[in-house]
Design a protein around this ligand. Structure first.
Ligand code: BTN
Length: 325
């Protein structure tokens, strides 16, 4: 390993500032040699910040570094596309899926999106400090069963976050991951239907996770409900490990999807169970108490004394004290 690589290795291993002096001592070279190595790394595209008299820190907001680490941590890393910024990773995957040559399992990962898409035509706030990824799937099941992809992905995200932090995750049906009552992750599964046969051509599973609070905070409209997994910037290594864990956990479930191994965990993590929610159906707003999640991922509720199962759409938690309809 040459000095530049050794300096990179030292910077990768920490999420704190490292002084030039301590690097020089550790690597038994002069401070000037360390400085030259840092400059060489910057020329190679690594984003290294320097604080006067305090030292250097490698930003994990840099896909060159993160991508290298993700590839190392993934079980199957054949087809990954990395972006510092893109419009939407779901859109990226759709475009290459339409071209017809992209393999199942192709992944797009971005450090920020400028046109992030959410469910029900909403936008998804996607600044630096989060992670945004989409996976191309070609499942052999019917379009209605796509809900299973979201359910499996939600459990995979919870498991990966818990493996890489002290957080305890819950799932707000059907696609949001919550920590301490606030949303840290959203999932958007989009399917393309073959018009003639009404079968699924392909599906795109998109996952967006707020890793740290964005600079300047969350926009006003989501500030009350949104949170981040970590309270500071994490190393590229940690970020990569989290991404790889999400992907690896998801593919384990996906390859055994008919066993629905994830369903029990999804049910146990249900944020809505026992809560009163409101939702729209046939143009009317209803209020109901959530009983739980059924074996197909549907939301079972008690509405006016009648047990019904909701399989699509959005529900919101009714604020405490508000009169039930
Ligand atoms: C939601 O909360 O409504 C779902 C948000 C899904 C966001 C992810 S980020 C990666 C992928 N690309 C997108 O444009 N959207 C999904």
């Amino acid at each position: 390993m040459n000095l530049t690589e050794k300096v990179l290795e030292q910077l990768i291993m920490t999420d704190e500032l490292v002084s030039g002096e301590s690097l020089a001592q550790k690597l038994m070279v002069s401070r000037n040699a360390v400085w030259k190595a840092v400059e060489a790394l910057r020329k190679q595209g690594y984003d290294i910040e320097a604080a006067t008299n305090k030292g250097y820190i490698l930003s994990s907001q840099n896909m060159k570094l993160c991508g290298f680490q993700i590839k190392k941590a993934l079980k199957n890393n054949d087809n990954i596309l990395f972006f510092d910024e893109t419009d939407s990773t779901n859109a990226v995957i759709k475009r290459i899926a339409e071209e017809g040559t992209a393999k199942e399992g192709t992944i797009a990962v971005a450090l920020s999106q400028n046109s992030g898409r959410g469910r029900l035509g909403r936008s998804f706030f996607s600044p630096c400090g989060g992670i945004y990824m989409s996976i191309l799937l070609r499942p052999s099941f019917s379009p209605e069963q796509c809900l299973m992809l979201t359910v499996a992905a939600a459990v995979a995200v919870c498991r990966a976050i818990e493996k890489n932090s002290d957080a305890k995750c819950e799932i707000k049906w059907v696609n949001d991951i919550y920590i301490n009552g606030k949303k840290v992750c959203g999932i958007l599964t989009e399917g393309a239907i073959e018009a003639e046969t009404a079968t699924l051509k392909y599906a795109v599973l998109g996952i967006g996770i707020n890793l740290k609070l964005p600079n300047g905070g969350f926009p006003e409209d989501i500030a009350e409900r949104a949170a981040a997994v970590y309270n500071k910037e994490i190393t590229a290594q940690k970020k990569a490990q989290l991404i790889a864990d999400v992907v690896n956990e998801f593919f384990y479930f996906y390859e055994n999807i008919e066993k629905k191994e994830f369903m029990k965990q999804y049910q146990m993590r249900s944020y809505l169970t026992g809560k009163t929610v409101s939702y729209e159906r046939y143009g009317e707003v209803f209020t109901a108490k959530v009983l739980g999640i059924d074996e197909n991922g549907g939301l079972e509720v008690l509405q006016n004394g009648e047990k019904i199962t909701i399989t699509a759409g959005d529900v919101s938690v009714k604020p405490q004290g508000e009169k039930n309809g």
